[in-house]
Design a protein around this ligand. Structure first.
Ligand SMILES: Cc1cc2nc3c(=O)[nH]c(=O)nc-3n(C[C@H](O)[C@H](O)[C@H](O)COP(=O)(O)OP(=O)(O)OC[C@H]3O[C@@H](n4cnc5c(N)ncnc54)[C@H](O)[C@@H]3O)c2cc1C
Length: 375
């Protein structure tokens, strides 16, 4: 047992790419399978918490060099348009996933990661010693499989993961826009059944991304009609939509965004990023969590498997990763689920906003409960 195990990573978003870079750098043979071809867009608010900065520097990724905006203020509005603004203690940066994921992809290539792009993993099964991975009809073998296939994938269904069978009422919509807006402020505007994030990213672009209950789409029949009838009832959002110059003809959108609890290890596949658990997007911390969870997971693999893997080590790896993951994220996810319930409801969002206005320390306290420390 002297050979480092081979690793297959399913899904190349932030969690998959971070694992790939760290494990390849540590001398493991890594294959990453991604169903799309880089670079590509993703439905995401594109605000990244600064807690990732020290780690990015060590990785050799400089958001500033990629043109990221610097964000230090938060502006909240309730469904009726009442606003509250406050500084963000740690702050963050705005950068498109198109650019961020692509720069990590290039870094992973430099580190020797083998990519299989435009290829979907259909099935993964564990035969007692190695995994067999079915990629669009061909088979690959690996000693360790990392599942970083995002919030919802064909593989969740294939593995019969419980959350997949619960319908989620949420959908996400994203646009790039231009206009004369505050470059250092992230806006979080509530509307009936959802909320919209808005912040500067690279060049002269802003990312406008919202999460809404999909019942509105059924009621109004189209995204523009839903925006007109629901989102723009908040005067702050109406101003934003009217002032913005939309870059794309049609937005990117996704369905079935769920925040249910998920299994962390399933049939010996080690789940990471959103595949392990997704925090409500309004916390603005999902990307940092995906990166952090990959750092934790690859750290355990590097420590335990440098001389190979057998069944005893596999069990130890699964147990240690599970413990570390819960220690780091369980509380944040719980708070995120609670906050998700508060916003998007007209009466509650008014109440929460007026409470926050009278207790200014409440916002930084909530932000710190859903964020981690710089790593
Ligand atoms: C509306 C919305 C707004 C958000 N806004 C923010 C924000 O502003 N800030 C923030 O920090 N977080 C935000 N998030 C959360 C953030 O987007 C996620 O937490 C983050 O993308 C998780 O990264 P990941 O690597 O786990 O998954 P992903 O980035 O989703 O990557 C998963 C990858 O797996 C691939 N894949 C899936 N199935 C297969 C398969 N079978 N075979 C091969 N490849 C496969 C996919 O193509 C994808 O590239 C938001 C989320 C939503 C829904």
């Amino acid at each position: 047992m002297k050979k480092k195990p081979s690793i297959c990573i399913v899904g190349g978003g932030l969690a998959g790419l971070t694992n790939a870079i760290l494990l390849s750098r540590a001398g493991f043979s890594v294959t990453l399978v991604e169903r799309k071809a880089y670079p590509f867009h993703k439905v995401c608010g594109e605000y990244v918490s600064n807690e990732v900065l020290p780690f990015f520097r060590k990785l050799g990724v400089e958001p500033e060099e990629l043109g990221a905006s610097s964000i230090s203020k938060l502006m909240l509005s309730s469904v009726s348009g009442r606003t509250l603004s406050c500084p963000l203690n740690l702050g963050g940066f705005g950068l498109s996933r198109f650019k961020l994921d692509y720069s990590l992809y290039k870094k992973a290539l430099e580190e020797g990661v083998h990519f299989i792009e435009s290829a979907k993993v259909n099935d993964v099964w564990y035969g007692g010693k190695v995994f067999e991975i079915n990629i669009g009809g061909s088979e690959l073998e690996a000693d360790i499989v990392i599942g970083s296939f995002g919030k919802r994938s064909n593989l969740d269904q294939r593995l019969m993961r419980g959350f997949f069978y619960k319908r989620s009422p949420y959908m996400g919509v994203k646009y790039f826009v231009r206009g004369d807006f505050l470059p250092d402020t992230i806006h979080l505007d509530n509307f009936d059944g959802g909320y919209c994030g808005f912040n500067k990213i690279e060049e002269d672009l802003f990312c406008l991304c919202y999460l809404t209950e999909n019942r509105h789409l059924r009621t109004y029949g189209s995204i523009p009609a839903m925006e007109q009838e629901v989102l723009m009832k908040n005067p702050a959002l109406k101003r934003l939509f009217e002032k913005a110059e939309f870059v794309w003809e049609r937005p990117e959108s996704i369905n079935e965004v769920a925040f249910e609890r998920k299994s962390l290890v399933d049939r010996h596949i080690l789940m990471c990023g959103d595949t392990a658990g997704m925090i409500a997007p309004l916390c603005g911390n999902g990307m940092a969590m995906a990166i952090r969870s990959a750092k934790i997971l690859s750290g355990h693999i590097i420590n335990l498997c440098k001389e190979g893997i057998d069944e005893t080590i596999r069990v130890q790896l699964e147990q240690e990763y599970t413990r570390s993951w819960h220690r780091e994220f369980a509380f944040r996810l719980k708070v995120g689920r609670g906050i998700q319930r508060l916003f998007g409801k007209p009466m509650l969002s008014e109440l929460v906003l007026s409470t926050m206005r009278s207790v200014p320390s409440a916002v930084p306290a909530l932000v710190s409960m859903t964020h981690g420390k710089p790593f």
